[in-house]
Design a protein around this ligand. Structure first.
Ligand code: S3P
Length: 176
């Protein structure tokens, strides 16, 4: 685990998990939330609740740009929440400078769950809310790792390596 600075999470701070698809953000967010007795917010679920549509349907009917606009709205809503939460932020939130600014301005602690694409490809089988992986999951994840790594690094206060670790072990690392 690499720390930019050793600062524990304050009682009034959100904790945001970022990372590529399949890195375990949603699972670990729930486990961390149980341990800290906090609510969980998952940005993809918030998009689906707000629109009454699936992420896949928004991508296929309205396109990725439309999805990204809603994603920014729900990220803002999550970070504005008065109750300190554990936020599982979808893999693409770091793409937009506006979102990265929201993360910085919020004062939230941000943890990057970092995994090798080889690990990720095993975990993302089965379509679901990940239309970007329909064609070539492994190639796409490798490309995403190469093009997004610096963005995850930019927003992260800490990096937790997830390769070869169980969700429980990753949770302990996040809490540490
Ligand atoms: C995406 C990640 C997905 C989902 C959408 C796009 C991305 O969320 O928002 O398929 O661009 O990385 P998860 O990271 O929760 O799988």
């Amino acid at each position: 685990m690499l720390f930019r600075s050793v600062r524990m999470i304050a009682p009034d701070q959100h904790l945001v998990l970022v990372g590529l698809m399949g890195s375990g953000k949603s699972t670990v967010a729930r486990l961390v939330a149980d341990r800290l007795h906090r609510p969980v917010l998952d940005s993809d679920e918030m998009v689906e609740r707000r629109t009454g549509r699936t992420v896949r349907d928004i991508f296929s009917s309205d396109g990725e740009a439309a999805f990204r606009t809603i994603e920014t709205e729900v990220l803002r809503e999550a970070l504005d929440s008065a109750t300190p939460c554990i936020i599982a932020a979808a893999g693409g939130v770091v793409l937009s400078e506006a979102n990265r600014q929201l993360l910085r301005d919020s004062g939230a602690r941000v943890v990057w769950l970092c995994a090798d694409p080889t690990t990720l490809v095993e975990r993302v089988k089965g379509g679901g809310h990940r239309p970007l992986l329909d064609a070539d999951p492994e190639g796409t994840l490798r490309h995403m790792f190469a093009t997004r790594e610096h963005l995850y690094r930019e927003v992260a206060d800490a990096i937790v390596l997830v390769d070869g670790r169980t969700p429980a072990e990753v949770t302990e690392a996040v809490l540490r």
